[in-house]
Design a protein around this ligand. Structure first.
Ligand code: GDP
Length: 196
């Protein structure tokens, strides 16, 4: 899709604040620093629209980016913080679980995993959780420019094996915000989900 217009409509902490236009929504989840903002910025052809690397301890919100009056990209706060308290973690968990399991407009989730490493326990739990609820998932392996092409297949296999990739419900894509590798494929998946 050609993107001209993007607005951060709302940073929501509760369902009453979610947008009411009824546009399809695509959520993005991943550990902090995995490259979530960079993926969003690449998709919308901006250098620094989505906030990069939200800091631990800051208020955690669901950020709804309205793209072309057609779709919302929903930035789900990064998981895997060591520093937030147990209480914060529980609040965060409830907010996200409520959104992921009860939002009708949610058409799919992009689950970002660093292409260079074995997925973390948090990556695995998140993937398993989404798959359990039959949410269509695109696993995006980020920062692919940091590993040689010759190792891509091996890393893809490692990631799929570690998370228990279920091809019934999921697709996989290598991605780099630096080279734009995978950008078109990610958009294709999103556009298909918007119709589905
Ligand atoms: P977020 O916390 O998940 O939103 O992650 P960011 O998008 O802020 O990225 C975290 C760091 O990784 C930043 O320093 C980015 O420049 C870097 N980064 C993100 N994507 C890529 C990529 O595709 N290639 C490379 N080489 N670096 C990346």
């Amino acid at each position: 899709m050609e993107v001209h217009n993007v607005e951060l409509q709302i940073s929501a902490v509760a369902p009453e604040q979610y947008p009411t236009q009824g546009y399809p929504e695509i959520a993005m989840v991943g550990r902090s620093n995995v490259g979530k903002s960079s993926l969003t910025n690449t998709l919308i052809n901006r250098k620094s629209y989505a906030r990069t690397s939200s800091q631990p301890g800051k208020t955690q919100t669901l950020n709804f980016y309205r793209v072309e009056e057609k779709v919302f990209f929903v930035d789900v706060p990064g998981y895997g913080y060591a520093k937030v308290s147990q209480k914060e973690r529980e609040k965060w968990g409830t907010m996200i679980e409520t959104y992921l399991t009860s939002r009708n407009q949610l058409k799919g989730v992009i689950s970002l995993i660093d292409a260079r490493h074995q997925p973390t326990e948090d990556d695995v739990s998140m993937y398993q959780y989404l798959n359990y609820y039959n949410i269509p998932i695109l696993v995006v392996a980020t920062k692919s420019d940091k590993i040689p092409r010759g190792k891509w297949n091996k890393q893809e296999s490692l990631i799929k094996k570690t998370i228990g990739f279920d091809k019934k419900n999921s697709a996989f894509q290598m991605f780099s915000a630096q080279t734009k590798e995978g950008k078109d494929q990610v958009w294709n998946w999103i556009e298909k989900r918007m119709k589905g």
